[in-house]
Design a protein around this ligand. Structure first.
Ligand code: GDD
Ligand code: MN
Length: 358
C-alpha cells in the first residue's frame, strides 16, 4: 500500500527534477512513496523532463497546468491527486533537506501528529547562507504570520516544507484561500481546531540550479493572504489592494494636474485622468492581479480606460444627487461617489480583464 505522496510544485526547475528524484529514492528506502510534480507550463519544459521520468518510473506523476500560475494552488491541486494517507509538500530546488523526510513521516505515523513542519527556526535548524535582506524579510513575514496562527502556532509558519495527513487536508481544503506562496500558513489558519503539530529542524540549503521565484509580486501575494485571513470575511482582500492602487492613482492625478495646470485646467485635468488610469492599470496588473498578469497589455489597457470611464458616470450622478438634493457635505458626497466608482471598476475589470482562468 502506498504510504506517502510527495507534492512538488515546479516552475523552471528542469535541471533539478532528476537529481531530486535520486535524492528522494536514497532518503526514503523502506517507504512506499509516489511523487507528484505540479508544473505551470514552465518555459524550460520542466513538465517534459518529468514526463520522461514518469514513463519509466511508476512512482512519478505530472500535472501540467496551462494558463495558471501560483505556488499555493499548485500544492493544493497536487495534494488532490495524492493517493497515500500522508502528503508531503516540498520545493523542487533541493533547498529543503529530503533527509529529514523519514523523521517527519515517523512523527505522523508513530507519534500521532497530524501535521509536521520542517523548520529552520528551531534548535538544529537554520536558514543556511542567506543574505541579511532575505533573512530580515523571512523573519518579518514569520512574525506577521504568527499573529494569525493563534493556537496552531509553529516556529516556521513560512516553511514550504511540511507533511500532513490526507484527512486533515480534506478537512481544510474548502477553506483554503490559495493566494500566493504560503500554503502552510494558509492550512494552519484555515483549520478550525487545534491541531496536533510536530516539528523537525533542518538547514535550508543553497539553490544549485535555476532561480528563485521570490519577487515583489510574491510579497504582494503574501499581503493578500494575510488580508484574506483577517478582513477577508467582510471585504475581499483584493478589493482593498485595488482601492490602495486607486489612492495612488489619486496622487498621480493631482501631481499631473499641478504639473500641467499652466497649460489650461481642462487639458490638465484630462491628461491627469488618463495618466492616473494608465498608472493604475499597470499597478493592478503587476500587484493586485500578480497571479494572473496579462500578456496582451494593449487590449487590457483599452478596456480598463473604457471601464473606468463608464464608472465615472454613476459616481458623478450619485455624488451630484447627494450634494445638490440631499445637501450632504461636499467631501462626503465626493467620497461616496468615488466608492461607487471603485466597486464598479473592481467588479467589472475583474470580470472582463483579470478573469480567473479555472
Ligand atoms: N507550479 C508552480 N507555480 N511552482 C512554483 C511557482 C508557480 O507559480 N512559483 C514557484 N514555484 C516552485 C519553484 O519551482 C520551487 O520548486 C518552489 O515552488 C519554491 O520556489 P522558490 O522560487 O525556490 O522559492 P524560495 O526559495 O524563494 O522560497 C521557498 O522557501 C521558503 C522558505 O523561506 C518556498 O518554498 C517557500 O514556500 C518557503 O516558505
Ligand atoms: Mn527555493
Amino acid at each position: 500500500m502506498r504510504e506517502l505522496s510527495i507534492v512538488i510544485p515546479t516552475y523552471n526547475e528542469s535541471d533539478n527534477v532528476a537529481p531530486l528524484l535520486e535524492k528522494l529514492t536514497a532518503a526514503l528506502s523502506g517507504v512506499d512513496w509516489e511523487v507528484i510534480f505540479v508544473d505551470d507550463n514552465s518555459p524550460d519544459k520542466t513538465w517534459q523532463r518529468v514526463a520522461d521520468l514518469a514513463a519509466t518510473d511508476a512512482r512519478v506523476k505530472i500535472l501540467r497546468r496551462v494558463g495558471r500560475k501560483g505556488l499555493s494552488t499548485a500544492c493544493i491541486e497536487g495534494a488532490m491527486m495524492a493517493s497515500a494517507p500522508v502528503i508531503a509538500v516540498m520545493d523542487a530546488d533541493m533547498q529543503h533537506d529530503e533527509r529529514v523526510l523519514p523523521a517527519m513521516f515517523k512523527k505522523i505515523t508513530d507519534e500521532n501528529c497530524e501535521i509536521v513542519v520542517g523548520t529552520r527556526y528551531a534548535a538544529g535548524g537554520s536558514v543556511g547562507e542567506w543574505n541579511a535582506a532575505r533573512t530580515l524579510m523571512s523573519k518579518t513575514a514569520t512574525k506577521l504570520g504568527a499573529v494569525l496562527l493563534g493556537k496552531n502556532t509553529v516556529s516556521d509558519p513560512m516553511s514550504g516544507f511540511f507533511m500532513l495527513r490526507s484527512a486533515l487536508f480534506a478537512e481544510t481544503v474548502e477553506r483554503l484561500s490559495g493566494e500566493g506562496f504560503k500554503i502552510l500558513l494558509d492550512l494552519l489558519t484555515s483549520a478550525r481546531r487545534p491541531l496536533a503539530i510536530g516539528e523537525v529542524a533542518y538547514t535550508f540549503r543553497l539553490r544549485e540550479h535555476g532561480e528563485s521565484k521570490l519577487s515583489l509580486g510574491v510579497l504582494c501575494d503574501f499581503g493578500l493572504l494575510l488580508a484574506d485571513k483577517t478582513v477577508g470575511k467582510y471585504v475581499p482582500a483584493r478589493f482593498l489592494l485595488f482601492v490602495a492602487v486607486g489612492l495612488l492613482g489619486v496622487g498621480v492625478h493631482l501631481g499631473c494636474l499641478a504639473a500641467l495646470y499652466s497649460t489650461g485646467f481642462v487639458f490638465a485635468q484630462s491628461a491627469a485622468t488618463l495618466a492616473a488610469m494608465v498608472v493604475n492599470f499597470f499597478l493592478n496588473n503587476a500587484f493586485t492581479y500578480a497571479d494572473r498578469s496579462l500578456k496582451n497589455l494593449r487590449r487590457g489597457l483599452a478596456l480598463f480606460i473604457l471601464i473606468c470611464g463608464l464608472g465615472a458616470l454613476p459616481n458623478i450622478v450619485l455624488a451630484g444627487y447627494l450634494y445638490e438634493v440631499s445637501h450632504l457635505y461636499w467631501l462626503l458626497a465626493g467620497a461616496l461617489g468615488m466608492l461607487v466608482s471603485a466597486v464598479w471598476n473592481y467588479a467589472v475589470s475583474q470580470h472582463f480583464i483579470w478573469r480567473r482562468r479555472n
